[in-house]
Design a binder for this molecule. Structure first.
Ligand code: M6R
Length: 615
């Protein structure tokens, strides 16, 4: 939700900022802007409604001098997306410029007080209130920018990552964070700031993740100084190495990031499994589980919290953990858990799943679970993000940067890690037969090839998708392990094509949704040859006898379904608990091509953002 970038050094700031904003655009694309201080101290701000390319268009004929600046790409919270509400925001005297990711909850109160002091406001944003407050404090206390920012932040209730620069000062950026991420990249005679490491990649691999309630002075001439907002006590610099390459952040010949990420899945799953299945497929090791062996042996219950696609992966995780570990597992939306007064004890393990590792609701759920004494285990993709830093232990899915807003390779990575977790835990709890572990582990080792085979459906699905651009509604049905897969298929379609789609447990169809079936309402039926296959055939018959069209996803050996369904997509056979990983592929491709035929921007669907750092 909103991306922040900043630069101070010897390069042309404008270029570094615009490139950085492109890389952060997945976080929001309602508007974009940059502010640059020239060597003579002049402060210039440029902003435009819409995507970063719009900002580039308005800047095309402008040569912006200056090697210090800040930039922002916005996902609107306060105030509609327009030029005026775009960041950077400036203070009344135009002496300060600020970018902000987060929400200032008490901005109404602060605004009223500032109005009494003669301040006027030209936008509806909470950010403008904060930058005006900083200016007011700086003027009344006659202090420097750092002290003014710090004093202002002490008055603020809410979440923020901010960067502030000032007219007449081409040497300093002040940054701060509370509940919104901020990374500082340390190069040779240059420093970068960003909401995540992507804008920094290619410039330096040395980064410092600003911790909760910390602020920093980024200065041209002095080493980086970090301190706590509360008492200004200096913090120790914890410099980490970035392990992301520029190639990983580019489209690599594909039309979109989403298609690239769908096609990357054979490799990403290989990375996800690497080193975790040992002894020729007989043993599964996840260090986060092994190191906390006693916790996992004596756990009474597991509660999984997540949002969106990660929540769908959690539902699959519930089944596989219950099956392998003989342990009750509950799954909650993080947003419901945090306000639901959940019953959690120190005998519980709470698993938090998040691709970005920054989802505000999931972070709040983690905090609540910790306060109640639970052991919290994170399953995350982005290395060094807030969730892995705030959990007791965990596992990365290691699928590489996911840029497309619709989650694809992260979903298959999450289900893979949850399966590994279930097997690893089942072994140490002695609740799973060694033969079972071996069967699933062997199939996981072959999964990259299985996915490669499944991706061969691409051309068939592209043709099929064209026939469905007329649809206004879709039904996705699955059972058992694939009820959550149906939910995920429906979410993929709605978020990128804007077609309404509902996922349902197939047997529940007769309790209501069947009323919707007619010639205008296609259904996607997930029907691998598993323990529930025969039951699903009955659902297909019910839909066909009411005039609905059916796309069935079945195993390769299945010849019978072709007599019933309008279209069959055939996938390789895998053990039942792994079917969601394979079935996700045709569902992702179907949603993708329908959206493309409808002319949608699949990487940046309307109203969405990749990482949801607000409530
Ligand atoms: O980064 P997270 O996994 O915590 O994100 C959770 C959801 O916001 C995310 O999965 C969202 O639903 C995706 N757009 C789905 O494709």
């Amino acid at each position: 939700m909103c991306g922040i970038v900043g630069y101070i050094g010897y390069r042309k700031a404008q270029e570094v900022l615009l490139q950085g904003l492109h890389r952060l655009e997945y976080r929001g694309y309602d508007s974009a802007g940059i502010a640059v201080v020239k060597e003579d101290g002049t402060l210039n701000i440029y902003k435009a409604k819409g995507k970063v390319s719009n900002l580039e268009t308005i800047m095309a004929d402008k040569e912006v001098e200056g090697s210090i600046g800040i930039g922002h790409t916005r996902w609107a919270t306060h105030g509609e997306p327009n030029d005026k509400n775009a960041h950077p925001h400036s203070s009344q005297s135009q002496s300060l410029a600020m970018v902000h990711n987060g929400t200032i909850e008490n901005y109404h109160i602060l605004k009223k007080a500032l109005i009494k002091h003669g301040y006027t406001f030209s936008t509806e944003t909470d950010t403008e209130v904060l930058v005006q407050l900083i200016e007011y404090i700086k003027a009344t206390n006659k202090c420097n920018l750092f002290d003014a920012v710090r004093e202002a932040l002490l008055q603020v209730v809410g979440a923020y990552a901010i960067a502030v620069i000032e007219k007449g000062n081409p040497d300093t950026i002040i940054v701060a964070r509370k509940s919104s991420p901020l990374v500082i990249g340390i190069g040779e005679n240059e420093t970068f700031i960003a909401s995540d490491a992507s804008p920094i990649v290619g410039f330096t691999d040395k980064v410092v993740y600003l911790k909760e309630n910390e602020m920093a002075v980024i200065s041209r001439n002095r080493p980086l100084q970090i301190s706590s907002i509360a008492d200004n006590r200096p913090s120790k610099l914890d410099i980490q190495r970035l392990r992301v390459s520029v190639e990983q952040l580019e489209k690599g010949g594909y039309d979109t990031f989403m298609l690239k990420e769908i096609f990357e899945q054979p490799e990403t799953l290989k990375d996800c499994i690497r080193g975790r299945i040992v002894e020729e497929g007989k043993r599964v090791i996840l260090s986060g589980v092994i190191e906390n062996r006693e916790r996992f042996i004596h756990a009474n219950r597991i509660v999984i919290v997540a949002c969106g696609t990660s929540w769908h992966a959690a539902l699959i995780g519930k089944r596989v953990i219950q099956e392998m570990c003989q342990l009750p597992v509950e799954v909650e939306y993080a947003s419901e858990f945090r306000y639901g007064n959940p019953f959690i004890t120190d005998q519980d393990i709470v698993i938090a799943i998040s691709q970005s590792g920054e989802t505000a609701d999931t972070l709040a759920a983690i905090q609540l679970a910790k306060n109640k004494g639970a052991f919290v285990y994170g399953i995350c993709n982005v290395v060094g993000a807030s969730i892995p830093r705030n959990t007791d232990s965990g596992t990365y899915i290691h699928v590489g940067p996911e840029i497309g807003v619709a989650s694809t390779k992260a979903f298959t990575g999450q289900v893979t890690v949850l399966t590994l977790l279930a097997l690893c835990m089942g072994q140490i709890r002695q609740t799973v037969q060694p033969e079972k572990v071996e069967e699933i582990a062997q199939a996981l080792l072959k999964m990259p090839d299985t996915i490669r085979e499944t991706l061969k459906l691409n051309d068939d699905i592209r043709r099929l998708a064209k026939t469905f651009t007329y649809a206004h509604n879709f039904l996705y049905l699955g059972r058992g392990y694939n009820y959550p897969t149906a939910l995920e298929g429906a979410l993929k379609l709605k978020e990128i094509s804007y077609i309404h789609a509902e996922g349902y447990p197939a047997a529940e169809m007769k309790h209501g949704p069947i009323a919707l079936i007619d010639a205008e309402m296609p259904s996607v039926i997930i029907a691998p040859s598993d323990s529930l296959y025969d039951k699903i055939v009955g659902n297909v018959q019910q839909i066909k006898s009411r005039g609905g069209s059916v796309v069935a996803i079945v195993n390769r050996g299945n010849t019978a379904m072709a007599q019933l369904a309008d279209y069959c997509l055939k996938i390789p056979e895998v053990p039942e608990c792994l079917t969601p990983i394979v079935i996700a592929i045709p569902l992702q491709l179907l949603a993708y091509y329908i959206a493309i035929y409808k002319g949608r921007d699949v990487d940046r669907p309307r109203n969405l953002a990749k990482s949801v750092t607000v409530e």
